[in-house]
Design a protein around this ligand. Structure first.
Ligand SMILES: [Fe+2]
Length: 256
């Protein structure tokens, strides 16, 4: 099983870098479409748009319509749950009346579970007891397959950056970490949000962070020739070894 993982496209229509953000997103989808072998699925771990606006989501939906693999999206801190839901509900994987953007994808040898770490009052993540119970319920819904959990905010401290803790409280992050370890079937944790690559652990579960697709917002040092090349992750699953993650850089030649 092959997962193409993107995050933090931050589409905006009226910022000075609106056009490069759109181009970065388009070029990344074109590059993923050209992967051989093709990915089974694309997961976007949130901050799809920058202001949570309907017109921004319409642009995101139009770009993602070009993807050959099925796409699943999460909510980040810049997203608006209602507008995200309205934009993507036609895809069928978002529950119609759900308070949160959390769900399981059952189509693959590894179950994909998306969790909702959005806080409406902060850019940092939240994970309340209700969401922890919902995650445990999603894990328990199928008793045999391995699971990969996707969350916008990294469920481990990322020491590079303004604040290693990307949740509002240590308790909120601890709830996500604890629920993720329920049953021991979760084999990987994948996130975004910090706009740079990082790796850590949730207990014994390996956890990685993909850089942001919007190159104008990316953190970290890149050589001059690579500064406008989005980076995404390809997670390949082997039943014996678990996931191996490859970082891929989108070449300028794939620009359209
Ligand atoms: Fe974020």
């Amino acid at each position: 099983m092959i997962i193409a993982h993107i995050s933090d496209t931050h589409l905006a229509l009226d910022t000075p870098d609106a056009d490069p953000r759109i181009r970065d997103f388009e070029r990344t989808i074109a590059a993923i479409n050209a992967l051989d072998p093709a990915p089974d699925v694309i997961v976007h771990t949130g901050d799809i748009v920058h202001h949570g606006r309907q017109d921004e989501y319409a642009e995101a939906v139009a770009i993602l319509a070009n993807a050959r693999a099925p796409v699943h999206v999460l909510a980040g801190n810049k997203d608006n749950r209602a507008n995200l839901h309205a934009a993507f509900s036609a895809r069928g994987y978002l529950a119609p009346d759900s308070e949160f953007i959390d769900y399981a994808v059952e189509d693959f040898p590894v179950r994909l579970i998306a969790v909702d770490t959005l806080s409406t009052g902060s850019n940092k993540g939240d994970f309340c007891p209700v969401r922890a119970r919902r995650l445990i319920g999603l894990i328990d819904a199928e008793p045999t397959k391995p699971i990969a959990i996707f969350a916008h905010h990294p469920p481990f401290e990322v020491p590079v950056g303004p604040d290693p803790l990307n949740f509002e409280t240590p308790e909120a992050m601890a709830r996500l970490r604890q629920a993720s370890q329920h049953t021991g079937r979760v084999v990987a944790s994948f996130s975004g949000h910090v706009h740079r690559a990082a790796a850590g652990h949730v207990g014994t579960i390996p956890a990685t962070v993909v850089p942001c697709i919007a190159t104008t917002l990316r953190k970290g040092e890149y050589p001059a020739g690579m500064r406008r090349s989005p980076v995404y992750h390809v997670h390949r699953f082997d039943p014996l070894w678990g996931f191996a993650t490859e970082s891929r850089m989108v070449g300028t030649e794939s620009s359209s």
